[in-house]
Ligand binder design. Structure first.
Ligand code: UD1
Length: 430
């Protein structure tokens, strides 16, 4: 089992290049099988979730050719099965995007029901509601969802909750349905827009992505395209907070600053200087951070995927802060770990009350999920002494070359896999 070992205390200084957005890539890779032509996708993040989805796509018969670390060619003309293996869905929930893609293209899809995830219960009722509105029947048999339709017909769908996954899944199926579909109360996240742009580049007719009403006119066929995925705003935001908690000065490059507005605004509010350029942001922190309140909301609100990172920053800020999680019920698992590092935090319902402390001290902690894991690494970078983060497989699902990028900014961090290597690191850093 691999771990990160960190010696905290170094301010992060320098420039870091952000990769492609994982959550956009997951939707785009699934959508790529909807044409029989070859699709080229660039700026793919080199992370575990993407490798797994590519394997799942290969398993149903699509041709997947990696022609570089961040470029892939996909050809879905020889898909022989509309049934996805449980092995894949178990590893990444987002394989459920193959439901919308296969249903749209072949009018039938069979995907195992995703199990619970450790950030809370994650139902897919809204995805199914959307498919039904398009004329499909959905049933569960032997643990799998089977969605099928003689004809997919456009429909009018109101999403009771703003859901990224449901919006993308319905958008994919509706792209190849007959006639017009309207999705109301749609998610507005940048990756929803990116998947819509990708589908449009394949010949789909989607309007309004990025607003809360998306209008889709179904087309019979989609065609070849070349497409470059948008930068990952969560990876970018994570580095911005790493700069903030280490009193650093970091230029985060290859980003779309507009997508980072909620994060930038909060960083400015807690005392950082945030400067925006065309495709970069610079975060400078020179003094102790100050308290604030934050509530996670759908885009353009403050992202739930950035909640643990701001939690770490506020644990070191002066004063008391309130962090309210309104999207997923179980996203405070990092709090117990952070308390072991000296943070003073009490969780009541969906709110964490954070009493800022002067310093954190290194400890052995365990990553409870992807973003919480990254937040604990940030905590380790700011803490006094040595931190070991266990279970970094979660972090590797969504951050490419995390430790290398941090090291290039001056962090003392290494990936290790034995006690011996931990001892070696300790001896080296003194
Ligand atoms: C996506 C992101 C995830 C992010 C989340 C919220 C991907 C692969 N993952 O997850 O990183 O944290 O958006 O920005 O893009 N809900 C229902 N019924 C449904 C679907 C969702 O009730 O059928 C609820 C969920 O329980 C949750 C809320 O809607 O409370 C938002 O979830 P959703 O936007 O669907 O999250 P994901 O797409 O799973």
């Amino acid at each position: 089992m691999e771990q990160y070992i960190i010696k905290g205390g170094n301010p992060l200084v320098g420039e870091v290049e952000i990769g492609g957005a994982k959550n956009a890539a997951l939707g785009i890779l699934a959508a790529a099988i909807m044409t029989d032509d070859t699709v080229r996708i660039d700026n793919l993040p080199d992370v575990q979730d993407i490798h797994v989805l590519l394997e799942a796509i290969g398993q149903i018969g699509a041709k997947v050719e990696r022609i570089g670390r961040t470029t892939v060619l996909i050809n879905g003309s020889e898909i022989g099965s509309i049934s996805v293996d449980y092995e894949y869905i178990k590893k990444i929930r987002a394989s459920y995007y193959l439901l919308g893609a296969l249903l749209g293209k072949y009018k039938k899809a069979e995907v195992p029901l995703p199990g619970g995830c450790n950030i809370g219960s994650r139902p897919i009722d809204l995805h199914l509601k959307g498919f039904k509105a398009l004329g499909a029947t959905t049933r569960i048999s032997h643990g799998a969802i089977i969605a099928q339709a003689d004809h997919l017909k456009g429909g009018h769908i109101y999403l009771d909750t703003v859901s990224v996954g449901a919006t993308i899944n319905i958008m994919m199926a509706a792209s190849m349905a007959e006639g017009r579909t309207i999705i109301e109360n749609a998610a507005k996240e940048p990756h929803v827009v990116d998947v819509a742009n990708f589908l449009n580049s394949m010949g789909a007719n989607i309007k309004g992505a990025g607003t809360d009403v998306i209008r889709i006119r179904g087309v019979e066929k989609l065609h070849a395209t070349e497409y470059s995925i948008i930068p990952d705003q969560i990876e970018a935001g994570t580095f911005m907070f790493a700069a903030a908690v280490t009193k650093g000065d970091v230029i985060v490059k290859n980003v779309i600053p507009k997508h980072l507005e909620a994060t930038s605004a909060k960083l400015a509010e807690i005392g950082c200087q945030v400067e925006e350029f065309d495709d970069a942001v610079r975060v400078v922190a020179t003094r102790r951070l100050t308290n604030t309140n934050v509530k996670t909301l759908p885009y353009p609100g403050y992202p739930t995927d950035m909640q643990p990172q701001i939690g770490v920053a506020l644990s070191l800020a002066s004063g008391t802060s309130l962090v309210t999680e309104s999207i997923f019920e179980n996203r405070f698992k990092y709090v117990d770990e952070l308390v072991r590092m000296g943070a003073d935090i009490k969780v009541e319902g969906n709110t964490a009350i954070i009493y800022g402390t002067e310093k954190l001290t290194g400890a052995r902690v365990s990553a409870p999920d992807l973003r919480a894991g990254a937040a604990l690494v940030i905590a380790g970078l700011a803490a006094e002494g040595i931190t070991v983060v266990d279970d970094i497989v979660y972090i590797q699902r969504g951050y490419e070359n995390f430790e290398e990028k941090l090291r290039s900014l001056g962090a003392e961090i290494e990936k290790v896999s034995s006690e011996k290597e931990i001892q070696k690191f300790k001896l080296r850093v003194g």
